[in-house]
Design a protein around this ligand. Structure first.
Ligand code: 7RM
Length: 644
């Protein structure tokens, strides 16, 4: 692996870079490793604005960490107000384009005004510090406005991706104990209105805790409003009492900023809790280190804010760092497949951060589409969400970056909050497919089953040895699961759930998940979540779900289903079950394939052997130990069966 192609940054890039050359990286990394408290403490002092200084940098009672204890600050103040006394006051904070082509250029000053007004609206509905808000919106500026308004008041937000169904939304509202839902009538995707409000109505039939629904009018489509509960955003905003200023509430460093639900290894999604100071500091620092951010950059992270990448690298990181963050509402292929290249050309985007799954689908469209556009404004590219295959890397480098833009491959998770492994582009030579090295202050390793370093080029578990500022604090309402999930395999060591290997240069090569979490288009989804959706269907007796390799989306959902007595119409049921899963979880979870079978491969103790099913869908044969199988003929029948 260490023999793979190496791409060193150009002398020009190095000259202008924030961190220059391997010496620059080593100096920072070693200093952080030797004196972590001083390292993070100095950055916190210099980079954040505090209402009260902290007394201790890190309190570590494994597995519970607290950062900057005793300090007080406000995340929205740090993203907005602090820029207003600087030349950034009139800099564009959010450069937004809607799918229909509408455009809004929102300065820091204007964003501050919008956030203050909406914070006042939330206040007028009686909401206060510690309350929980669910935000279920399309990619429009009011989504970050709502997040920052919550942060301004110390209200804990949880953004639910607009692609999630009413069922998934309901589970999140209930788990969080939210009292308000902020939503929109709908959004635009593929030139069609995608409605959101009806899903909220459906979810709320079983959420008595929700007293207020605030609805932004985006599409103007027909929706119903429930008297007393539902309010139009613009009506509340028009009230005379709503002013352009709302004081930011100083909160403790460890005050919860948000909860973001992500898939684990069970059917129940986990509410990942992030708190204020450490999260903000690390997202801001990585924004500078990884994207080598310059004042004049136009930065576009194509992620939906409903996922962690959007939280950290569309909203909090870029705004805290004073960047111009581009947001696009719609699909990459509307009105034509060159929409993204059009956006880059039109807005002179200089830093572009996207996922391998997006890159692969753009490759499929052909080089003629990017070639129609002037992409010369680009100077840096990024990748996130899954391992990037070298072919996609090379295409991205050559066709989009014109062989002159470094690609930063950034490894991190919802739980880590911020980028952990990535090149600093002016410092670290790249190898296609490797995230390269951990960032300063981050202690990563690859270990064997016993927790010992795996050794050069040996596959093992990717772990984190020391607490880091933006780390997950707990799972909302379930500290035991937090402990068990991440910290129980090896004492005091964070278990990421990924397999990896390190080469002789110390570079990390992440190989993918070792647990039952699938990764479809960079979206996390657990096999159990899909299985429990399937067995809810009256026709389904049993279901086993595995990921199957997919050319574009990386992985696709493949379901093995046994039916109850009397159900025989495979063709109709196949279609129905795919629809059913989309309804239960969200359209992105729609199975690629449903395979009906008379039995599932089980051990004598009754456990479904998903490993065998995984082998069947990937290699069409079964290897390894099958001695614990109850009925060997099941596997033979499954391997022989073709897709129905
Ligand atoms: C940011 C995000 C996390 C999982 C993680 C990995 C995979 C993410 C990379 C990657 C290889 C990368 N959060 N993953 N980035 N694998 N190289 N650069 O995606 O919580 O939704 O997913 O995604 O398996 O554990 S996430």
């Amino acid at each position: 692996m260490s023999q793979s192609a190496v791409y060193a940054p150009s002398p020009e890039f190095v000259q202008n870079a924030l961190v220059k050359g391997m010496e620059g990286y080593r100096a920072l990394y070693d200093r952080a490793a030797e004196q972590p408290e001083q390292f993070w403490g100095e950055l916190a002092e210099k980079e954040l604005v505090w209402d009260e200084k902290w007394s201790q940098v890190c309190e570590w009672n494994p597995p519970f960490a607290k950062w900057f204890t005793g300090g007080k600050l406000n995340a929205a103040y740090n993203c907005l107000d602090r820029h207003l006394a600087t030349p950034r006051k009139n800099k564009i904070a959010i450069l937004w384009e809607g799918e229909p082509g509408d455009q809004r250029l929102i300065s820091y000053q204007e964003l501050h005004r919008l956030v203050c007004r909406f914070a006042n609206v939330l206040k007028s509905r009686g909401l206060t510090t510690g309350d929980r808000a669910i935000i279920y919106m399309p990619m429009i500026p009011e989504l970050p406005v709502a997040m920052l308004a919550c942060a301004r008041l110390g209200i804990i937000h949880s953004v639910v991706f607009g692609g999630f169904s009413a069922e998934a939304l309901k589970a999140r509202i209930r788990d969080l104990g939210a009292s308000v839902v902020v939503t929109a009538d709908g959004g635009w995707r593929r030139a069609k209105e995608v409605k959101l409000k009806p899903a909220v109505d459906e979810a709320l039939t079983e959420c008595p805790g929700v007293k207020n629904v605030i609805v932004y009018r985006r599409t103007g489509g027909e929706i119903t409003m429930q008297d007393g509960r539902d309010h139009w955003w613009h009506d509340l905003d028009a009230d005379e009492g709503i002013s352009d200023f709302c004081p930011a509430v100083p909160v403790d460093s460890e005050h919860p900023l948000y909860v973001l639900y992500t898939s684990g290894t069970t059917g129940q999604p986990k509410g990942i809790l992030h708190t204020t100071a450490g999260y903000l500091l690390q997202t801001m620092m990585t924004m500078k280190w990884v994207f080598d951010l310059k004042e004049e950059d136009t930065y576009w992270c194509s992620a939906d804010i409903g996922w962690v990448t959007g939280h950290s690298y569309v909203v909090y990181g870029p705004l805290a760092a004073g960047a111009t963050s581009v947001m696009y509402e719609g699909a990459p292929d509307t009105p034509a497949v060159d929409r993204w290249w059009r956006l880059i050309e039109k807005h002179r985007v200089s830093i572009f951060y996207t996922s391998p799954t997006a890159i692969r689908s753009l490759i499929r469209q052909g080089e003629q589409w990017p070639d129609k556009h002037d992409l010369s404004s680009l100077r840096l590219l990024g990748s996130v969400g899954e391992p990037i295959n070298p072919a996609a890397w090379e295409w991205y480098y050559r066709v989009i970056g014109k062989n002159r833009c470094p690609i930063v491959d950034t490894w991190w998770q919802t739980e880590t909050g911020a980028i952990m492994i990535s090149a600093m582009p002016g410092a670290i030579p790249l190898k296609p497919g490797s995230g390269t090295l951990p960032l300063p202050g981050i202690s990563m390793d690859v270990v064997d089953m016993d927790g010992n370093p795996a050794g050069t080029d040996k596959e093992g578990f990717l772990v984190i040895r020391k607490p880091w500022p933006a780390m997950i604090r707990t799972i909302w309402g379930d500290p035991d699961r937090y402990q068990q999930q991440y910290w129980s395999r090896m004492p005091g060591v964070y278990f990421s759930g990924d397999a990896a290997r390190r080469d002789s240069d110390g570079y990390f090569w992440v190989l993918g998940r070792v647990d039952d979490v699938m990764n479809v288009s960079g979206h996390r989804l657990s096999t159990m979540e899909v299985e429990s959706a399937l067995v809810h269907h009256p026709a389904v007796a049993e279901a086993a779900v595995v990921a199957k390799p997919h050319e574009i989306t990386g992985q696709a959902v493949c379901c093995f289903v046994t039916l109850k007595q009397g159900y025989t119409d495979h063709q109709a049921l196949g279609a129905e079950l795919r629809k059913w899963v989309a309804h239960e979880i969200g359209a992105f979870a729609r199975p690629e394939e449903i395979r009906f079978t008379d039995a599932l491969p089980k051990t004598r103790s009754g456990k479904i052997m998903r490993r065998l099913l995984r082998e069947i869908v990937t290699t069409h044969t079964v290897t390894g130990d099958v001695t614990t199988l109850e009925d060997l003929s099941v596997v033979a029948r499954l391997s022989a069966q073709r897709e129905e």
